[in-house]
Design a protein around this ligand. Sequence first.
Ligand code: ADP
Ligand code: MG
Length: 241
Amino acid sequence: MIKVEHVQKNFGKLHALKDVSLTIERGDIVSLIGPSGSGKSTLLRCIHGLETIDKGSIQIDGVEMDPSNTSLYRQQRNRMGFVFQHFNLFPNMTVLENCKLAPIQVLKMSDSDAEKVALEYLEKVGLLDKKNAYPNNLSGGQKQRVAIARALCMNPEVMLFDEPTSALDPEMIKEVLEVMKDLGNQGMTMIVVTHEMGFARKVGTRVVFLDQGEIVEENTSEEFFSNPQSDRAKDFLSKVF
Ligand code: ADP
Ligand code: MG
C-alpha cells in the first residue's frame, strides 16, 4: 500500500533520514520505535506529506507522491489520517464541529452527512455524550480520542499516529490504546510511533526500529521483542524494559 524507497531528509546539515526504505501492506500495524531524535516523526511526517523529501520516493498503491502534482497529492494525503501527540484540536470549536470540519470543507460533504459520520465515530470512541463540549473541558485521554474520531471521519485507508499517548497522564493511556487496538482489530492499516512496548508487541504486527536516521532492524513484533538481532536494538530494549 505504501512504499518508501531510498528516502533522504535533511534539515540543513542534519541528515534526519538516510536512505530509508520501507513497505507497508494493507492491514499492517507497524510500530516505529527507536531513541529520541532517531527520525521517527520525520519519517511519519514525510509519509503524510507534512515534510517534503530531499531524495527517494514515496508511493501509495504504486502512484508516486509528487508535491508538484497538487490535486493528486492532496487526494493521496486525504487517504491518510494523522494523530498528533498534542491532539491539535481546534479549541474554539466543539467536539462535533471539530469532527465535521474537514469532511465538509475537504470532502464537500453536506452538513447532515458530516454530522452522521461524526456521531458514528464519536460513539465508536465512546464520546457521544461530549459532542457539544469544547476541547479545553476534556481530559487528555478524551481529547486524543476525539482526535482519533476526527481523523476517522475522513474515511482514511491508513492511520498514522505520532506518540499518541506520550502527552497523557498514565491513567489515560489505556483508554486511547484500547481505541487503537479496536481499530487494528477492524483491519485498519496503522503506522504508530510509540514508546508503549506492550502495545507494539501485542497489537502491532511488525516493528521498524530506527536509529540515527536509519532503519536498523525490521521484523515481526514477536521476533523483534523475543529475539532482537542488532546491538542497537538490544541496547534500546534493555533501556525501555
Ligand atoms: P524522533 O521523532 O525519533 O524523536 P525526529 O524525527 O523528530 O526524531 O527528529 C530527527 C532529527 O531531526 C532530530 O535530530 C531533530 O532534532 C531533527 N529535526 C526534526 N525536525 C526538525 C526541523 N523541523 N528542523 C530542524 N531539525 C529537525
Ligand atoms: Mg518524534
